[in-house]
Ligand binder design. Structure first.
Ligand code: GTP
Ligand code: MG
Length: 137
């Protein structure tokens, strides 16, 4: 697939890193098809991360993801899902490869700066969670 979905998380937005992260995304060859700054309620964060509802960190994650502004985006590039997950690095910033977005900007395994969809199917579902087709160019 040639699309993925990402969201800059509250820690990175709050730290003023939206510009630096967006620049890295574009320099890595991704084209931004839709983007906005918004905020989720804890309930809405719970829907977004529904697949993790049995995990011990789920309530903390929903609280954290609704604690401040986020910047969701739909991105386009060949091999988008896999290449974007390479660009952001491992979930735990201590394990993230040097030069990745999480290595540079994440604070912790939870406050890890950015989300990247894990499949073409989830990229479509997650993009539609935030954007109407008419909002993309
Ligand atoms: P996303 O791109 O955000 O989906 O991250 P991921 O695919 O690298 O990780 P995963 O889907 O397994 O987890 C979703 C999010 O839950 C992570 O990005 C973290 O914000 C959070 N998370 C994952 N594992 C832990 C954990 O062990 N403890 C805590 N507190 N949060 C976690
Ligand atoms: Mg995930």
């Amino acid at each position: 697939g040639n699309r993925t979905f990402t969201m800059i998380k509250p820690d990175a937005v709050g730290a003023g890193n939206v510009g630096a992260i967006t620049k890295m995304i574009q320099e890595a060859g991704f084209s931004i098809k839709a983007m906005k700054m918004t905020k989720m309620s804890a309930e809405r964060a719970g829907q977004f991360y529904e697949v993790h509802k049995e995990r011990p960190f789920y309530n903390d994650l929903c609280e954290y993801m609704s604690s401040g502004a986020i910047v969701p985006m739909i991105l386009e590039k060949d091999n988008a899902v896999e290449d974007f997950r390479t660009l952001i690095g491992a979930t735990n910033p201590k394990e993230a490869a040097e030069g990745t977005i999480r290595a540079l900007f994440a604070e912790s395994i939870e406050a890890n700066a950015i989300h990247g969809s894990d499949s073409d199917e989830n990229a479509e579902i997650e993009g539609r969670f935030f954007f109407a087709k008419t909002e993309e160019f």
